[in-house]
Design a protein around this ligand. Sequence first.
Ligand SMILES: [Ca+2]
Ligand SMILES: [Ca+2]
Length: 70
Amino acid sequence: MSRLTFALPLLLVSGSVLAGEAFYQVDADQNGIISVQEAQVSESLSLQFAQLDTDKDGVLSSEEFASFQG
Ligand SMILES: [Ca+2]
Ligand SMILES: [Ca+2]
Protein backbone atom coordinates (compact mmCIF):
# COMPACT_ATOMS: atom_id res chain seq x y z
CA MET A 1 0.00 0.00 0.00
CA SER A 2 2.71 2.44 0.97
CA ARG A 3 4.61 1.61 -2.21
CA LEU A 4 1.60 2.52 -4.36
CA THR A 5 0.94 5.83 -2.59
CA PHE A 6 4.61 6.69 -2.89
CA ALA A 7 4.79 5.91 -6.63
CA LEU A 8 2.16 8.40 -7.77
CA PRO A 9 3.74 11.63 -6.48
CA LEU A 10 7.07 10.33 -7.78
CA LEU A 11 5.58 10.04 -11.28
CA LEU A 12 4.13 13.54 -11.04
CA VAL A 13 7.48 14.97 -9.97
CA SER A 14 9.45 13.26 -12.72
CA GLY A 15 6.86 14.42 -15.27
CA SER A 16 7.22 18.04 -14.21
CA VAL A 17 10.99 17.78 -14.32
CA LEU A 18 10.78 16.62 -17.92
CA ALA A 19 8.60 19.62 -18.74
CA GLY A 20 10.94 21.96 -16.84
CA GLU A 21 11.36 22.81 -13.18
CA ALA A 22 8.14 23.32 -11.25
CA PHE A 23 7.71 26.64 -9.48
CA TYR A 24 7.38 25.10 -6.02
CA GLN A 25 10.60 23.11 -6.57
CA VAL A 26 12.62 26.15 -7.52
CA ASP A 27 11.09 28.41 -4.84
CA ALA A 28 13.24 26.89 -2.11
CA ASP A 29 12.09 29.21 0.71
CA GLN A 30 8.43 29.01 -0.42
CA ASN A 31 7.91 32.79 -0.36
CA GLY A 32 6.08 32.80 -3.69
CA ILE A 33 8.87 34.37 -5.76
CA ILE A 34 12.03 33.02 -7.32
CA SER A 35 15.21 34.90 -6.56
CA VAL A 36 18.36 34.86 -8.68
CA GLN A 37 19.91 32.53 -6.10
CA GLU A 38 16.99 30.10 -6.26
CA ALA A 39 17.07 30.14 -10.08
CA GLN A 40 20.64 28.79 -9.98
CA VAL A 41 19.33 25.27 -9.29
CA SER A 42 18.57 25.19 -13.03
CA GLU A 43 21.18 26.26 -15.55
CA SER A 44 18.58 26.98 -18.21
CA LEU A 45 16.48 28.97 -15.75
CA SER A 46 19.51 31.04 -14.78
CA LEU A 47 20.20 31.76 -18.43
CA GLN A 48 16.60 32.84 -19.06
CA PHE A 49 16.16 34.70 -15.77
CA ALA A 50 16.66 38.23 -17.13
CA GLN A 51 14.25 37.78 -20.02
CA LEU A 52 11.66 36.03 -17.86
CA ASP A 53 11.76 38.91 -15.35
CA THR A 54 9.52 41.08 -17.51
CA ASP A 55 8.86 43.73 -14.81
CA LYS A 56 12.60 43.87 -14.00
CA ASP A 57 12.15 43.69 -10.24
CA GLY A 58 14.94 41.14 -9.93
CA VAL A 59 12.72 38.20 -8.97
CA LEU A 60 10.38 35.88 -10.83
CA SER A 61 6.70 35.70 -9.93
CA SER A 62 4.73 32.55 -10.69
CA GLU A 63 3.30 34.39 -13.74
CA GLU A 64 6.77 35.22 -15.03
CA PHE A 65 7.98 31.69 -14.30
CA ALA A 66 5.09 30.30 -16.37
CA SER A 67 6.89 31.53 -19.50
CA PHE A 68 9.95 29.43 -18.65
CA GLN A 69 10.64 26.74 -21.25
CA GLY A 70 12.64 23.91 -19.58
CA1 LIG B 1 11.77 32.20 -2.99
CA1 LIG C 1 9.71 40.04 -11.87
